[in-house]
Design a protein around this ligand. Structure first.
Ligand code: ZN
Length: 401
């Protein structure tokens, strides 16, 4: 039992130090309820394994006159290097962080094709991580772990990808393939989950225990943080907000079913509707055609406007369903595409508020967080930090046993 308590204590204290940035031992004890003696013992272990370090407190407070300088603990940045990778349609976005979470390098590189064989994608990720390390003046061999965010149905616990729009085959043991190909532990998860991790680690979710992140890219994703922890479901099939049903016998979705939210709000759904009702040309690439549609709406084209309004109203209905199920403190609408403003519009949020259960308390806060692919990659890197910490603590547990 004492061993388990010690293992739990190590994890709790390391997490608390990471969350605080810099913190004295006595405050660690106050915040975690772990006794001062145990805090002293455990932090000595973490120090001797190089995971944390002591720093003198700069400020000249009243304590500094007592002869004993105040000492804070912080994560030791040099302890590990981790990389985060976001797989998008045509490119990889990468960041390299030290163990403290300080960004050392960021890169983007093109993929050979939007859909790749697992081996081809794994090799592209290996080469990109290697290049990223070089940019920071480091070697790929120094990277202790790589987090990878990919769209699709992913079982994060064992790195299994049931399906991904970026892979040419289903049921891929992709985490294991990546670990073999890169020669360092790789951790894979659904990209929307990793955006939730990024919000929890670096962003708007830092101070919240219950929040939802709705990601809007070419599809609609969801990350759920409940009671301070990411909720992943049993088979990695949870949080498929885009495939919740909003219409009986409705429009055909990319997943093969009918009436999914995505079949009304995703790019391809807007284009399908526009081609049908306004005769928008079916020629040309999707991005250009979406731009044409959005421009038409902006310049007052009534048909284009009504297509976007309908997408917004259906999106609002989906959001209201989420609030009615989860009752979160906060909903973060995260996306990088400024052009999808019609989904972030005040009218959409108002429509959502009208469809939720009404009580005499303020509805959940809804905030829009527009960020680029690098922030998705930072989420993947935050996941790697968490997993690399866990591996380091496992080693410490063994050494101490
Ligand atoms: Zn669907």
């Amino acid at each position: 039992m004492a061993v388990m308590q010690r293992e739990y204590g190590r994890r709790t204290l390391l997490r608390q130090i990471r969350h605080a940035g810099r913190i004295p031992r006595i405050e660690l004890s106050d915040l975690t309820g772990i006794s001062r003696a145990t805090v002293t013992t455990i932090t000595a272990e973490l120090l001797s394994h190089g995971l944390i370090e002591e720093v003198q407190r700069d400020e000249a407070g009243p304590d500094s006159r007592r002869g004993r300088p105040r000492v804070d603990l912080k994560i030791r940045g040099a302890a590990h290097l981790v990389a985060g990778v976001k797989v998008s349609h045509h490119k990889l976005s990468l960041v390299l962080l030290d163990f403290e979470g300080e960004q050392l390098a960021a890169e983007e590189c093109d993929l050979p094709a939007p859909v790749n064989a697992p081996e081809v994608l794994a090799e592209a990720i290996r080469d990109a991580v290697s290049h990223l390390a070089t940019v920071a003046g480091r070697r790929a061999g120094e990277v202790s772990g790589v987090g990878i965010g990919i769209a699709g149905i992913v079982e994060a616990t064992d790195g299994f990808v049931h399906w991904s729009p970026s892979l040419s085959t289903r049921n891929v043991d992709f985490g294991a393939l990546l670990t073999r190909t890169l020669g360092t532990p790789c951790f894979i998860d659904n990209d929307a989950n990793l955006v939730a991790v990024a919000e929890q680690t670096f962003g708007l979710g830092r101070e919240h225990k219950d929040f939802l992140v709705v990601t809007i890219e070419s599809g609609v994703g969801l990350g759920m943080v409940i009671g301070g922890a990411l909720y992943r479901g049993t088979r990695g099939c949870g949080a498929e907000f885009g495939h919740t049903k909003v219409q009986l016998n409705g429009a055909l979705c990319r997943c093969g079913q009918r009436g999914c939210l995505e079949a009304y709000v995703a790019d391809y759904a807007l284009l399908r509707e526009a081609t049908l009702v306004s005769g928008l040309s079916a020629e040309g690439d999707a991005a250009t055609r979406v731009e044409t549609l959005l421009n038409a709406a902006r310049t007052g084209d009534a048909t284009a406007r009504s297509i976007l309004d309908r997408a917004g109203q259906i999106f609002a209905m989906g959001l209201a369903n989420l609030v009615n199920i989860f009752d979160p403190e906060l909903i973060i609408l995260a996306g990088e595409q400024m052009q999808l403003d019609h989904l972030y519009a005040d009218a959409v949020i108002d429509a959502m508020r009208k469809s939720i259960v009404q009580v005499d308390k303020a509805p959940p806060e809804v905030v829009v967080h527009k960020w680029g692919d690098l922030m998705w990659a930072r989420g993947a890197a935050a996941y790697a930090l968490d997993q690399v910490s866990e591996l380091a603590l496992d080693r410490l547990d063994k050494d101490a046993a």
